[in-house]
Design a protein around this ligand. Structure first.
Ligand SMILES: C[S@@+](CC[C@H](N)C(=O)[O-])C[C@H]1O[C@@H](n2cnc3c(N)ncnc32)[C@H](O)[C@@H]1O
Length: 204
């Protein structure tokens, strides 16, 4: 399990564009979210969104009902500073996703890039999946991007779980129907690459 202190330290000492997971645009995430065909006012949560540019990309495409959740206040501050006055159009929540309280049956899209893979204990993964089941609408979309089975063994200096598509599907369970999966070779700012598996599930 990762700690809040770790993440506050990362985001207080490093520029958002200098961390290994930085993307200038969240291209594949946007492609998958737009591909769901949800309305522009549908509720979208970016779990562990950090200082990701995804929220900027969603606002630019006209999505209006956005929540960025992260354990690190420094991460949320960085995203808000970047957005300027547009930050007022987004909901922000500082919380640990394994203990967060979210509205029931609320989200049309749950998006997580590079967060679930930090949950190395079975209890934390169970708590996470239970929260998805409780807070995503039936028929809603769950998009999870985690390091692939042959991806890196660490992220931000912390140990991670690595997932094949069937392993990620098994972790979430029978109520999650896999609609699409895709690999991405992410290029880090240090000119290395990291293999991700993106899974797009429908919650039945
Ligand atoms: C590798 S970064 C990915 C950030 C973002 N999703 C992206 O793709 O740019 C992991 C993020 O998850 C957040 N995080 C880690 N553990 C968390 C937890 N238990 N609850 C909420 N956020 C968490 C960190 O603060 C960090 O912003």
């Amino acid at each position: 399990m990762t700690s809040k202190t770790h993440w506050e330290n990362v985001y207080s000492t490093k520029a958002a564009y200098s961390v290994s997971w930085f993307q200038p645009h969240a291209t594949l995430s946007m492609q998958l979210i737009r591909g769901t065909g949800i309305d522009h006012d549908a509720a979208i949560i970016d779990v562990g969104g950090g200082a990701s540019i995804l929220v900027d990309d969603l606002l630019a495409k006209g999505y209006t009902n956005l929540l960025v959740l992260d354990w690190s206040l420094a991460a949320l501050d960085a995203a808000q500073s970047r957005l300027g006055s547009s930050a007022n159009r987004v909901h922000w929540l500082e919380a640990d996703i394994t203990a967060a309280i979210l509205p029931t049956n609320n989200y049309h899209v749950w998006h997580d890039r590079a967060v679930f893979h930090f949950l190395t204990s079975r209890e934390d993964r169970r708590a996470y999946v239970d929260l998805v089941l409780q807070s995503v609408k039936s028929g809603g979309h769950v998009i999870i991007a985690a390091f692939a089975e042959d991806g890196p063994t660490q992220c931000s200096g912390l140990p991670v779980m690595r997932y094949s598509v069937p392993a990620l599907q098994a972790e979430f369970g029978a109520r999650f129907t896999l609609l699409h999966s895709q690999q991405e070779l992410h290029s880090t700012p240090f000119k290395t690459t990291q293999k991700f598996n993106y899974c797009h599930f429908r919650l039945d």
